[in-house]
Design a protein around this ligand. Structure first.
Ligand code: MLT
Length: 408
């Protein structure tokens, strides 16, 4: 994913409506101003004209997240999330500088047209600015190569996309690889490898044999199948617990670490009892009851109110998880070792990233974990809970890109 220069835009009184704030129509203008400013700082505002094409907006979606008023300074980030032959897609996010509140997000699809309005291939200079092509319809639509591999009595589904530094995405509980869909679609310079853990998504669900060591050995089988010796390992929550086990058992496989919304401590006695209770609920009432129980705490309050489609996606993801997979994962988490003693021994570059409103792995816990890992970096994502990659995909992808670019 290519980033265009980030710019600050002040909100002027004349842009605001009768209520005194920016409305969605005004955001279109602010985002456009930011794009021009971005070009002015990069290749020049005349880059399209001198290449003989014009970027016509074919579709614009504006998400209004919070009010902005005259005098507010908005920091606008712009990312290229897709580049085809004639078209490209930009995502823009405006965050208020004063309090880091996410104010608005936009997605815009452009088609390069010539002087009589015909779609025309993106000229060389602009192609360089936008970064490499992100593939045809297949790779955009979420269909990377889906491998099926044998590992320890299970068949694992593994999505593999792109080329470059390998990044292994390990999902949490009770989710599947689709929780990384935005990162899989947009981190175009990297080889993205995303398995469904045994018992999740499109992988098979054996009746028993679930443990952190089994999941970690499965990841080694995944890397082997992808032809990768070492990878940057990015684990969210239970994916982080599996990543700690991978570090203990197969340290040479880990080139760098990204720990999202996770913690190093083992379960307390109370936590273990809760695992057993949830397993019993799954067995008696099914995955839908588990979704109902978990959903309130999984997502930030802002996600529950402003992003019903994300709530629905998470619900569906949990509901399609098999009961055997849910129970197996609960037992594996209940019995997992404490990883706090491992933290000071970590010697690979590490990014610790969490939602500012994560009620399961709180920012304070994450910050303490980061402080125990030598040289690690820590960041929180505003307006995100435990599933920050789905709740604030742009902000997460941007953090990942910044970190990954220091490793290449
Ligand atoms: C997860 O997202 O993987 C779970 O919240 C982990 C846990 O329950 O400890």
């Amino acid at each position: 994913m290519t980033a265009l220069p980030t710019v600050d835009c002040t909100v002027y009184p004349y842009e605001c409506d009768a209520f005194g704030h920016l409305n969605e129509a005004a955001f279109l203008a602010v985002f456009e101003r930011a794009r021009w400013e971005s070009l002015a700082r990069g290749p020049g505002m005349d880059v399209f004209r001198r290449s003989g094409v014009w970027p016509a907006v074919r579709k614009a979606t504006i998400d209004y997240r919070a009010g902005a008023y005259p005098g507010d300074v908005l920091r606008v980030e712009t990312l290229v999330t897709h580049r085809g032959t004639t078209s490209f897609t930009l995502k823009q996010a405006a965050t208020r500088v004063r309090d880091s509140a996410l104010i608005s997000e936009a997605e815009l699809v452009f088609v390069c047209i010539d002087s009589i309005g015909r779609a025309t291939p993106i000229p060389e200079e602009i192609a360089r600015l936008l970064g490499p092509r992100t593939g045809g319809a297949g790779s955009r639509a979420g269909a990377g190569d889906l491998l099926r591999i044998e590992a320890g009595g299970a068949e694992l589904a593994v999505e593999i996309r792109g080329e470059g530094l390998p990044v292994l995405f390990v999902h949490g509980f009770p989710f599947d690889r689709s929780m990384w869909k935005h990162q899989l679609a947009t981190l175009a310079h990297y080889k993205r490898i995303a398995p469904d853990l045994r018992g999740a998504g499109a992988s098979t669900a054996p009746d028993d044999g679930y443990s952190m060591s089994r999941y970690a050995d499965d990841l080694v089988a995944v890397l082997e199948a992808a032809g990768v010796e070492r990878a940057v390992v990015c684990g969210l929550s239970m994916g982080g617990y599996v990543t700690f086990e991978l570090l203990r058992r197969h340290p040479k496989r880990v080139q760098a670490l990204i720990l999202c919304d996770t913690k190093a401590e083992a379960d307390s006695p109370h936590g273990r009892r809760e695992r057993d209770e949830l397993a019993a609920l799954a067995q008696s009432a099914g995955a839908a009851a588990v979704a109902e129980r978990l959903l309130p705490a999984l997502l930030a309050p802002a996600t529950h109110t402003a992003q019903p489609e994300v709530v629905q996606q998470v619900r569906e993801m949990i509901e399609r998880t098999s009961v055997a997979g849910i129970v197996g994962a609960l037992h594996a988490m209940r019995d997992r070792p404490d990883s706090t003693a491992l933290l000071p021994q970590i010697r690979v570059p590490t990014l610790v990233l969490g939602g500012a409103d994560d009620a399961i792995a709180s920012p304070a816990v994450m910050q303490a974990m980061a402080a125990a890992i030598p040289g690690s970096h820590f960041a929180t994502i505003p307006s995100a809970g435990h599933l920050a990659p789905l709740e604030q995909p742009l902000a997460i992808s941007r953090r990942l890109t910044d970190f990954l670019s220091t490793l290449a």
